[in-house]
Design a protein around this ligand. Sequence first.
Ligand SMILES: Cc1ncc(COP(=O)(O)O)c(C=O)c1O
Length: 396
Amino acid sequence: MTTLRQLFLANNAQTTNFPLLLEFERAEGIYMYNAEGKPYIDLISGIGVSSLGHNNPHVIDAIKQQVDKYMHLMVYGEYVQTPQVRFAEKLVSVLPDSLQSVYFTNSGAEAVEGALKLAKRFTGRSQVIAFHNSYHGSTHGALSVMGNEEFKQAYRPLLPGVSFIHFNDPDHLQFITEETACVIMETVQGEAGVRVPDVAYMQALRARCTETGTLLILDEIQAAFGRTGKLFAFEHFGIVPDILLLAKALGGGMPIGAFISSNQIMDALKENPILGHITTFGGHPVCCAAGLAALEFLLEANLVAGVAEKEALLRSLLVHPAIKQVRGKGLMLAAELEDFDLNKKIIDRCIENGVITDWFLHCSNSMRLAPPLIITPDEISKACAVIVEAVDYYTK
Ligand SMILES: Cc1ncc(COP(=O)(O)O)c(C=O)c1O
């Protein structure tokens, strides 16, 4: 009999020669279960998505209720669809006043595309500045602002007019000029292995963008919704972006992204030509209903308040001579090991022992630690014991 795994390899497009090939039957809370009922702790939240854990009942209920009312009615931006309106209203209520216009997309990459287009339209400029080691998605525009040559060289030519500066280096802010349409930056770099910039740097960046009339786009697709210990990561730095990018945890497990700015900036999409960004499924009613329920749950359960303490616990438990550093903020952390070979062996052993983790796209010697925010201290201790055992196993 053909197994599911064989069918997966035969009929589902493969993007590597070594997929993980794990099979799960169901997921709940921080656990994913295989067909034999073996639980695995999801220490990466499906790469920053399942912040509330899997199958949050409040989110599921909202999805079911919306499915019974309607699913797709019309392409984005024409009909007044209750879930889109209510979700935007809620998002705006937890954001600074200048971020009041929400454009819902299908994904993070589409939010990046929309934001780059918006910045060009609003400023009338075409030059873009991005950062070395950044990751903003895999479509052509998003790839153009990716700070890693290895992943993008095969797809050139990409967008012209993009240049790259060093993350957290004040000396490079001079490259932002009156010609620059936008600076696009992950507030906390994720795939670079979780890099947190300095407060002074972020304030200088904000000031330089304002001084030159450049729009500051902060990509919080990975970092938002409490992951770093604040609802939005920019709150750590006392600054506000001109355009904010969200996705991943935004939908509570459903696919949705958003770019958010002031009405004044967003209005640039309305004229000359009209319909500055078009999307059929962006802001899908079911995804918006799920996203609204997820945000309500996050706020009502006050999950963000517990993040700093959980970070401290993780850091206190992940102590081992072979762990060179635990980097990051909140529950967006990276444990650095000697090299990829060691990291990979340790990760494989952790998975065997029921703890799912991985490495980063641009930082293969570091292990990703980004559990659902609902993880308990006991579960953190359990997961860390598995990691430390695996580190010990390969290094003693
Ligand atoms: C910081 C950041 N931006 C953008 C994206 C792209 O999002 P998506 O995969 O939904 O297109 C990702 C995805 O990992 C991301 O981490």
